[in-house]
Design a protein around this ligand. Structure first.
Ligand SMILES: NC(=O)C1=CN([C@@H]2O[C@H](COP(=O)(O)OP(=O)(O)OC[C@H]3O[C@@H](n4cnc5c(N)ncnc54)[C@H](O)[C@@H]3O)[C@@H](O)[C@H]2O)[C@@H](O)CC1
Ligand SMILES: [K+]
Length: 467
């Protein structure tokens, strides 16, 4: 991935923190790198906003002071409205130095301003910009653009420009120093490394939960996902666990379709809706599918040969989003083209049985590409690929090798996909959520004796705590 959008950058920043690099460390490095672009002994005016882009500017001011520059900092906004602790700390540090600080001037200040310094640093807005420029930022940008004799250096993104499109009225900078990855809309920016760890991108983390579907305040029943769960002919607990996990990850209506075991499955919980069917490729399932967003096929299905045949026909026919788990994967063994446009969740044994090779990162990616599907390979570390990108999930623990945890994971994946898109990032987020839920339980129970139903109530908590 060579270019990045602002959401992706927010994900990486959050994951960097999760993997142990604090926001203040990144900001310190960002500001230091900006200062290193500017020569010593210059006069420099820094325009700094109230967000973290402004924070980078405060740090740069400190380093420029050390380089014996004549430093003036204009805080575009009031001190009390500085948005983050880390930016505020860096603002306060400037008060101990012999630099000129101008806090929160009114719009008129910028209208009359004539900038004469050698260098102007634009640290007003970065990737956090939303919509068109508001005052006093707009007037500050106009003042900067009038400074024809100064060298204008923008921090991360020229203020006013949408980093995803390169459009908008903004600072006309001579140099833009952008951090970590090229922003989609900025072609000429100079890229610098600020110490974001590789794991922030190669591994799933809490930042990936930014992609999760959001429940509307005024949403009505069914709007947050309708999911068919198809299975339960041999093991009755499995589809129940999947459906309950789907409910716990915000899906409004999971409905179980099963052959012969309706009463047993219904008896597990009053939260379950269960329908009896005569055959898995019955007209009843197919006709009903148009009312659903996604189908999870496989939990507790078993391998009855008649059912395997029906399941193959069903997978072929269904044109809603599909998640295939357990024996639904067995059903596709001889006709792997059935995997097309589905999400599959095999463990190592199922992967090997399906593809005839032991899983490796490279093979997972290759098969996902070849069969045009998303693979979530379960294991000590889950590996997720859409054939293009690979993500690794390290959450989870050895206590989760018990039966039923896979059904829960399939339920969470299906719920997120039903609520939003057929999406690699949601699949990866599901893997992270379920592992974290298991890690939370381990804190109470230790590693021995965790059971699948323990995970259910932890699932919403993971989301609530991480985002
Ligand atoms: N871990 C991190 O989050 C890091 C962030 N960094 C810097 O932080 C920036 C992102 O920080 P933030 O997310 O705080 O966002 P920004 O600092 O880019 O912008 C947020 C501020 O802009 C204001 N704003 C947004 N749209 C506006 C508009 N149209 N008109 C007027 N004001 C507007 C908001 O009210 C808020 O005060 C990056 O571009 C980068 O410079 C770096 O420090 C590196 C680490
Ligand atoms: K900027």
């Amino acid at each position: 991935m060579n270019e990045i959008d602002s959401l992706e950058m927010a994900v990486i920043d959050r994951n960097a923190e999760y993997w142990g690099v604090e926001p203040w460390e990144l900001m310190e490095e960002a500001g230091r790198k900006v200062a290193s672009e500017i020569e010593s002994n210059r006069s420099v005016t820094l325009f700094c906003g109230k967000g973290n882009n402004g924070g980078d500017g405060f740090v740069a001011a400190r380093y420029l002071f050390e380089k014996e520059c004549d430093v003036k900092v204009v805080l575009v906004g009031k001190e009390r409205s500085i948005g983050t602790d880390v930016a505020r700390d860096n603002w306060l540090k400037l008060k101990n130095l012999d630099v000129t600080l101008i806090e929160g001037p009114r719009k008129e200040f910028y209208n009359d301003l004539e900038i004469t310094s050698d260098v102007v640093v634009d640290a007003i807005l970065g990737v956090g910009i939303k919509g068109r420029l508001r005052e006093p930022v707009k007037s500050a940008v106009q003042a900067i653009n009038r400074a024809k004799k100064s060298r204008i250096v923008s921090v991360d993104v020229p203020t006013g420009i949408d980093p995803d499109t390169g459009k908008g009225y903004g600072v006309k900078s001579d140099t833009t120093i952008t951090f970590h990855k090229k922003k989609k809309g900025l072609n000429k920016a100079k890229l610098v490394d600020i110490g974001i760890p590789d794991k922030a991108e190669t591994h799933v983390g809490p930042g990936d939960l930014f992609f999760l579907p959001k429940r509307k305040e005024n949403s009505h029943k069914g709007e947050n996902g309708r999911l068919m769960v198809i299975g339960g002919e041999e093991y009755t607990g499995a589809p129940a666990l999947s459906a309950l996990a789907a409910l716990r990850s915000g899906c409004d209506l999971p409905v179980i379709y099963t052959k012969g075991n309706k009463d047993t499955i219904s008896g597990f919980s009053p939260n379950l809706i269960v329908r009896d069917i005569k055959s898995f490729d019955s007209d009843k399932i197919y006709k009903s599918s148009s009312k659903f967003d996604a189908a999870l096929i496989g939990p507790g299905l078993g391998r009855n040969s008649e059912s395997m045949e029906e399941i193959r026909r069903l997978i072929d026919k269904l044109d809603i989003k599909k998640v295939l788990d357990a024996d639904a994967l067995h059903a596709c063994k001889k006709t792997k083209t059935l995997l097309r446009k589905s999400i599959i969740t095999p463990h190592s044994g199922e992967f090997e049985s399906l593809f005839g090779k032991k899983p490796s990162k490279q093979l997972i990616k290759e098969f996902a590409d070849q069969y045009n599907c998303i693979i979530l390979k379960k294991g000590k570390n889950d590996i997720i690929s859409n054939g293009d990108t690979i993500k690794i999930n390290e959450s989870g623990n050895a206590g989760m090798t018990v039966g039923g945890t896979g059904d829960i994971l399939a339920g969470v994946v299906s719920s997120l996909v039903a609520r939003k898109d057929y999406d690699f990032r949601l699949t990866a987020a599901a893997s992270f959520i379920v592992g974290k839920a298991g890690d939370q339980i381990k804190k109470d129970l230790g590693v021995d004796g965790i059971i699948a139903t323990d995970l259910l109530k932890e699932i919403p908590k993971v989301r609530a705590e991480q985002v």
